[in-house]
Design a protein around this ligand. Structure first.
Ligand SMILES: C[S@@+](CC[C@H](N)C(=O)[O-])C[C@H]1O[C@@H](n2cnc3c(N)ncnc32)[C@H](O)[C@@H]1O
Length: 227
């Protein structure tokens, strides 16, 4: 079992690693060989959307996911506190010599088209009346934290935006791992993405967490040329 990064953050402002975060780590460990073989040649561009504390990005950097020594990492979060926490977690875990850029941005809008090889997202997935407005002030702590959790209608408002960006963001052989809870109706999402957009979508891992069932799906282009 791969070690879990050491994380020490202010959980008044940043999402505390929870069952969903750990399911994502287990998913990436499970996929390690698959990813290493898919990205064994050349430099891979890795992007975590919504890194929060930085636990997942640090885990990938520490363990050379997808390919040891030949990846550059981007951590993109809407919250300034999450970016600070991510830089701090990477530093605490001594991920020297690996390129990381932590960028404040709304989802993938700051990424160059078709450059991301590995995209990982544990989104705000809790159903809520609406997604909170982005605060003007950094010290509006509770709203930054709400933004980490609340996903609007069916908990899918933010995830749906990202699904629409996948085509533009992922490289030819790119893959995305996205976490869902059962109330997001992930099977329906998977079937729609397969039928409408010709994606390969596969359930990689799922787990009961309290009264919630969490799952991670892998998205890749059906027509990907892996050579
Ligand atoms: C559920 S937390 C996941 C944190 C961390 N990846 C983990 O697994 O523990 C969701 C993260 O997404 C970020 N986020 C929410 N909306 C976003 C958006 N529109 N663009 C980028 N990041 C966003 C939040 O600030 C938060 O850090």
């Amino acid at each position: 079992m791969l070690p879990t990064p050491y994380v020490k953050c202010d959980y008044e402002t940043v999402y505390e690693p929870s069952e969903d975060s750990f399911l994502l780590l287990d998913c990436l460990e499970h996929e390690q060989e698959y990813l290493a073989s898919r990205f064994r040649d050349g430099l891979s561009v890795v992007c975590e959307l919504g890194p929060g504390s930085g636990i997942v990005t640090t885990f990938m950097m520490q363990n050379g996911i997808p390919a040891r020594g030949s990846s550059m990492y981007f951590a993109v979060d809407i919250s300034p506190w999450a970016l600070e926490a991510t830089d701090d977690t990477v530093r605490r875990n001594k991920c020297h010599g690996t390129y990381l850029d932590a960028v404040q941005c709304d989802l993938a809008s700051c990424l160059k088209p078709r450059e991301v090889d590995l995209l990982v997202f544990n989104p705000p997935y809790v159903p809520a009346e609406h997604v909170p407005e982005i605060p003007n002030a950094a010290d509006d702590h509770s709203t930054w934290l709400d933004l980490a959790l609340l996903g609007g209608e069916n908990g899918m408002v933010i995830t749906e935006k990202l699904l629409l960006q996948l085509e533009t963001v992922l490289s030819k052989k790119g893959v995305a791992y996205i976490l869902f809870c059962a109330r997001n109706r992930p099977e329906e999402v998977a079937n729609r993405m397969k039928a409408t957009y010709s994606w390969d979508v596969e359930l990689i891992i799922h787990r009961k967490a309290g009264w919630e069932v969490l799952s991670v799906y892998r998205f890749s282009r059906k027509t990907a040329n892996h050579s």
